[in-house]
Write a protein that binds this ligand. Sequence first.
Ligand SMILES: CC(C)(COP(=O)(O)OP(=O)(O)OC[C@H]1O[C@@H](n2cnc3c(N)ncnc32)[C@H](O)[C@@H]1OP(=O)(O)O)[C@@H](O)C(=O)NCCC(=O)NCCS
Length: 160
Amino acid sequence: MIGLLTRLFARGEPALSEASARDAAAIARLHAASFQRGWSDGEFERLLLEQNVVAHRITIGRTLAGFILSRLAAGEAEILSVAVTRARRGRGLAGTLLMRHLGRLAGLGVEAVFLEVDEDNMPARRLYLRAGFREVGRRPGYYQQDGSNATALVLRRDLA
Ligand SMILES: CC(C)(COP(=O)(O)OP(=O)(O)OC[C@H]1O[C@@H](n2cnc3c(N)ncnc32)[C@H](O)[C@@H]1OP(=O)(O)O)[C@@H](O)C(=O)NCCC(=O)NCCS
């Protein structure tokens, strides 16, 4: 019976909510599966406990399907990370997460949002383009420590 209920919920609709330090381990797992260099559970826990960090998650049943987090400072925010679990990509989950996240940042008085994205990362670039970000800078060789020579694009979106 419990197994049946778990399977039913696992097939449920994606639910979007704020993330908290209790999500640190699941977020660290998804992050490690999505990026060359993972961040530890402890690093995410510390980030999620910071007063100036805003984070959202998408869950399907009890499973984390995506997250996004930003750090705020002086009326600006930097998106530190966003990822969607591989099996759920290409269905608009990141777009939904990002738009909800930007709405929350605007509500907190953030006027401009920045982020860095690998210029070769087309899914992420399309995601940000569609959300109204524009390129404001380039950092050649930014990802060298990940064994890549790719350029980071610095993107900005004004909210005010
Ligand atoms: C980037 C990422 C979060 C997008 O998540 P997602 O839920 O698949 O995104 P969406 O379904 O909302 O789609 C976003 C855009 O990417 C496009 N896209 C999705 N998969 C793609 C692919 N394999 N190649 C090219 N574009 C792709 C979609 O078509 C969409 O663009 P459109 O609106 O112009 O059609 C996801 O690919 C991911 O977790 N990647 C690994 C982590 C990462 O790179 N994070 C970003 C760091 S800056």
